[in-house]
Design a protein around this ligand. Structure first.
Ligand SMILES: [Fe+2]
Ligand SMILES: [Fe+2]
Length: 141
């Protein structure tokens, strides 16, 4: 069973944001599946670790793109939205560092397994109104 379903997050009015969310959810579910395999069947962790790096990079690009669009279209709640991203990133960075320091993927996996709740809440209550505003401004371009 997956960690999170694309249907749990609201559809974005900006296509690029929607695609990013769907892809990120896919990566999270891949990680969950690979991690379960590694933990139960004791398979090598290489593929899982590649996915974990992919996830970290994906989150950075995801947030950077939203922040770029918010700046471009003068989104009034930019600071609030950016702060929410920064807090998440600092937790992600902390667990990434622990993972690399100890060579133990469980350090980041434990964090990742707790993120779906945050993602659903953030996408539905912060990204959705942001996307609605951006889509409106984009049509005026
Ligand atoms: Fe987002
Ligand atoms: Fe966001």
């Amino acid at each position: 069973m997956g960690l999170i379903y694309a249907e749990q997050v609201e559809e974005m009015d900006v296509a690029k944001m929607q695609t990013t969310h769907v892809n990120e959810i896919q990566i999270l579910n891949d990680i969950d599946k690979l991690a379960t395999q590694c933990q139960i069947q004791k398979t090598p962790t290489d593929t899982l670790e590649v996915k974990l790096y992919e996830y970290v990079e994906h989150v950075h690009k995801h947030f950077e793109n939203e922040e770029r669009l918010m700046k471009k279209y003068n989104f009034p709640s930019y600071d609030m939205h950016k702060t929410a991203h920064d807090i998440f990133l600092s937790d992600l960075e902390y667990s990434s560092r622990e993972w690399r320091k100890y060579g133990d993927f469980k350090k980041i996996l434990n964090f990742i397994r707790k993120t779906p709740e945050w993602i659903v809440l953030h996408v539905n209550s912060v990204d959705a109104p942001t996307a609605a505003y951006l889509a409106q401004r984009m049509t005026e371009d």
